[in-house]
Design a protein. Structure first.
Length: 155
């Protein structure tokens, strides 16, 4: 019986793990699913003392991971989404990318498309991460000063 629970929960846990580029998400969810199955088997077997000890350990680990994640977010790079509207005749996107790298930023996503109205304008959406909190305020104004830029909005 326990072998069937392990294989079934393993299958579900594998479905919870997602790889996106260099990062992997869902490992904590998969591990929590697996330990839930193991705790269910322990309860079914009547090993309540072991069940209680394992449950306390798992809850402490999950609370600790959550606190560590919050602390990591405070120290991690800040991110923002910028929407630029610029004149197509002003050339390639190189000056915008240079503006981001000058502030030690990193572009996670860049979408460049024709603006619907008026003609001759391009709409660029950038998802940018910066380490310095002041760069969050400096970056939009820095991009507004570049030639050909009509507008910069932050989301």
């Amino acid at each position: 019986m326990a072998a069937q629970v392990v294989s079934g929960i393993g299958f579900l846990g594998a479905g919870a793990i997602v790889q996106s580029g260099a990062s992997i998400r869902g490992l904590t969810t998969a591990a929590t699913l697996w330990i839930s199955g193991a705790l269910g088997v322990a309860a079914g077997a009547g090993v309540y003392l072991l069940l209680g000890a394992c449950l306390a350990t798992v809850l402490a680990a999950l609370v600790g991971l959550s606190a560590t994640r919050r602390l990591g977010r405070r120290r991690s790079p800040r991110s923002m989404e910028l929407n630029l509207l610029y004149e197509q005749s002003s050339g390639p996107l190189t000056p915008f990318v240079a503006g981001v790298t000058e502030l030690k930023g990193h572009i996670d996503e860049l979408v460049d498309e024709d603006a619907p109205d008026p003609p001759g304008l391009r709409h660029v959406r950038l998802r940018v991460r910066v380490r310095d909190r002041t760069a969050l305020h400096t970056l939009p104004s820095s991009l507004r000063e570049r030639s050909g830029v009509r507008s910069v909005s932050v989301r």
